[in-house]
Design a protein around this ligand. Structure first.
Ligand SMILES: NC(=O)c1ccc[n+]([C@@H]2O[C@H](COP(=O)([O-])OP(=O)(O)OC[C@H]3O[C@@H](n4cnc5c(N)ncnc54)[C@H](O)[C@@H]3O)[C@@H](O)[C@H]2O)c1
Ligand SMILES: O=C(O)[C@H](O)CO
Length: 322
């Protein structure tokens, strides 16, 4: 006998959908998986007739949403919402959910890891050592971490967790966010210009929106200190990649440590990735056993709740319930 509901999972960053299947079976929903790497046309086909869509990184466009006229909810298997046309879902009264807190320690640890790997030349010296070069003279002379200022662009859950860790290293922390609220942390909130001019390290922790796209462009890199580095674990498109390449090449800034790119995957044959002062990881900041357990369980529950007529947790477009 077929299940009462069908839930499309567009893509995933983990090996199987067993957790999701188990959770959704409790409300008589079956999981349908799109083929790996499905393009928009394939997703449009897969979404036809489904009751819900859950997505990791695939683009849930207007066309995909329109191809599922019975769709009752769209769940982001993650925090960022830039791959979902939330405005269109809202116009159709479809609640969209995300899981805003499943990987905060992981991303904060990753950002600090990238920062230290760059400031302490760890990535570069590890590469040299593996090539049989046991010599530290080729690396730039590092500064003591505890003397440096960390500037956070975005001071939400992750930015605040990074600030807490950075203070344990003795760093001064300044931050910019939309509200200017320091959330009682005593962090000095500054304008974007000041963040650029005063920071030795800038770490990005804001969503990708129309307002933040290419926030870090050629003009921004010109204002940064020439010995500063930039760390990005948020979304690739907050940085104008061409401007970053020029800034690193011209030594307008000292380096970049990146977990996210635009597009993903990036073109790894680009010589930029071989540059000594560039560190890259493949959108890995969120990953741990614990974070994935929380994410998958919570996202599947949100879908199940909607299917049985309950309001799920973390609806990002609550206007649909008004
Ligand atoms: N690399 C990864 O694995 C990974 C994992 C989780 C999240 N992320 C990304 O990181 C982003 C941030 O996550 P979070 O948990 O800190 O989100 P959050 O919502 O808790 O905080 C976002 C912060 O950005 C600020 N902000 C928004 N627009 C701004 C603007 N125009 N100017 C200045 N500040 C602005 C907000 O005021 C807030 O302080 C997510 O949206 C997601 O895209 C990446
Ligand atoms: O947004 C998120 O949660 C991360 O980027 C992983 O998808």
């Amino acid at each position: 006998m077929s299940a009462k509901y069908r839930v499309l999972i567009t893509d995933r960053a983990w090996p199987d959908c067993e957790v999701e299947k188990r959770e959704l079976a409790r409300v008589d929903a079956e999981v349908i998986e799109a083929p790996p790497g499905a393009d928009e046309a394939t997703l449009v086909e897969c979404a036809s007739g489904v009751d819900a869509i859950a997505t990791c990184w695939a683009q849930v466009t207007q066309a995909v949403i329109d191809s599922a006229p019975d769709c009752k909810t769209i769940a982001r298997l993650g925090i960022g919402l830039d791959n979902i046309d939330v405005a269109h879902a809202t116009s159709l009264k479809i609640p969209v959910t995300n899981v805003p807190d499943y990987c905060i320690p992981e991303v904060a640890d990753h950002a600090i890891g990238l920062m230290l790997a760059s400031l302490r030349n760890i990535a570069f010296l590890n590469q040299q050592t593996k090539q049989g070069i046991y010599d530290l003279s080729a690396a730039p002379l590092p500064r003591r971490v505890g003397t440096l200022t960390l500037g956070l662009f975005g001071f939400g859950l992750t930015g605040q967790a990074v600030a807490e860790r950075a203070r344990a290293f003795g760093m001064q922390v300044i931050a910019t966010n939309s509200s200017g609220n320091d959330y009682g942390t005593g962090t000095r909130m500054v304008a974007f210009e000041e963040l650029l001019e005063e920071s030795d390290v800038i770490s990005i922790h804001a969503p990708l929106t129309d307002a933040t796209e290419h926030q870090f462009d050629a003009a921004a890199f010109q204002k940064m200190k020439s010995n500063a580095i930039i760390v990005n674990t948020a979304r690739g498109a907050l940085i104008d990649f061409d401007a970053l390449k020029t800034a690193v090449k011209n030594e307008d800034i000292s380096g970049a440590a990146l977990d996210v790119f635009d597009p993903e995957p990036p073109d790894l044959s680009d010589p930029f990735f071989q540059h000594d002062r560039i560190i890259a990881t493949p959108h890995a900041a969120f990953i741990s056993k614990e974070s994935l357990d929380e994410l998958r369980q919570q996202a599947a529950c949100q879908v199940a709740d909607v299917l049985v007529g309950k309001q799920p947790s973390n609806v990002v477009n609550p206007a649909v319930y008004e």
